[in-house]
Design a protein around this ligand. Structure first.
Ligand code: NAD
Length: 331
């Protein structure tokens, strides 16, 4: 086999719906040696391995020994045990979201990873969504954030409530945008198709006064993924599905900008205000590929994980609080 010894050897554990895409991307990356895959469904592992011309391991230990780093894309209930085994063997882990089922499990993994000197990255893929990433050049100080994430019903992901499946993406985004501890939460939800909560709404107030309102549903007719961010003199709308990021800036002078939407008359202070519209250029990229490149770069010391174990844990903590509140509310 010809590969540079410097390239990290990577593997994928769990090659179901999402894991197959991890395999696809590792297969195309020159910066890694794709060592192979493991799945408790050996036929599935063999199928994916043969498609991506890699090895199918029949024992997890053998794959772990053959790798420097692994993507763990098993159902969430197995994240903690599989990741613990990999971390104890000194391997870097990319864990799909949510990091684990419980805070205790997440804390154990984070502590162990620190002891072993390995990286934990968590697959909160929306953080790499180009429509969100273009905000990095704006002076953000959100006061109110409104989020909608609605999806038609599928059986996938229904092993966990909608808060841990869908809303957690937005909780991670919001925690990355609001630099303040959570002060209080209100939440409610309803079970419609499954035994757990299928539609949920949460209102989070942060210590700095920022409020976020989130609605997540997995029983919607159509897919919707939108965020609106409001702050002094600016508001932003993002449509993740359309990769559309629009900014409305308020100025107190005549801009003569052709994109001026509203030119208000002088107010009682004699001030003139205009709302100027701008559509930010969003260059669509494959967010999963970018995530895995970020993981490999982090292993090589060229970067740090955009969503590390602690960020994954923090999003989980808020998600669990919301979920518990909904359960208390309905009993
Ligand atoms: P899936 O059921 O399609 O695939 C899971 C695979 O893991 C199956 O092939 C199964 O045989 C295998 N498996 C189960 N237990 C295992 C074990 N102990 N060891 C090895 N293999 C095992 O599930 P999925 O939809 O691909 O979801 C997998 C994970 O990815 C979940 O944690 C889910 O929350 C997450 N996910 C994240 C996103 C995202 O947007 N980032 C999207 C979908 C799923």
């Amino acid at each position: 086999m010809s590969y540079s010894y410097k390239k990290p050897r990577v593997g994928v554990i769990g090659v179901g719906h999402l894991g197959q895409h991890h395999a696809k991307h590792f297969n195309t990356m020159d910066s890694v040696h794709f060592a192979g895959v493991f799945d408790i469904d050996s036929q599935r592992a063999e199928k994916i391995a043969s498609f991506y011309k890699t090895k199918s391991f029949s024992k997890i230990n053998a794959l772990v020994s053959a790798c420097d780093a692994v993507s763990i894309v098993t159902p969430t209930q197995f994240h903690a045990t599989v990741a613990e085994q990999c971390i104890r063997s000194g391997k870097h882990v990319f864990l799909e979201k949510p990091i684990t089922r419980t805070i205790e499990e997440a804390d154990t993994l984070i502590r162990l990873a620190k002891q072993m000197g390995v990286i934990i990255q968590v697959g909160h893929i929306e953080r790499l969504n180009p429509a969100l990433m273009v905000l990095k050049d704006l002076d953000l100080n959100p006061k109110y954030i409104e989020v909608q994430r609605l999806a038609p019903y599928t059986t996938r992901g229904t092993d966990v409530p909608v808060v841990l499946d869908l809303m957690i993406h937005d909780l991670d985004i919001i925690l990355s945008l609001v630099n303040s501890p959570v002060k209080n939460i209100r939440a409610s939800g309803v079970s419609i198709m499954t035994q757990s909560v299928d539609i949920a709404n949460a209102r989070i107030r942060f210590n700095n006064g920022t409020v976020a309102s989130l609605t997540s549903s997995r029983v919607a007719k159509n897919k919707v993924r939108k965020i609106k961010i409001f702050q002094r003199d600016m508001y932003i709308t993002i449509d993740f599905l359309l990769a559309l990021t629009e900014v409305y800036r308020v100025t107190d002078f005549h801009t003569q900008d052709p994109n001026t939407l509203v030119s208000a008359p002088l107010d009682q202070n004699g001030q003139h205000r205009e709302i100027v519209y701008e559509k930010l250029p969003v260059h669509t990229t494959d967010a999963l590929h970018q995530e895995l490149v970020n993981f490999v770069d982090s292993i090589n010391g060229k970067s740090t994980p955009i969503v590390d174990g602690q960020a994954g844990r923090d999003a989980l903590e808020v998600a669990i609080k919301i979920q518990n509140m909904i359960i208390e509310d309905t009993h």
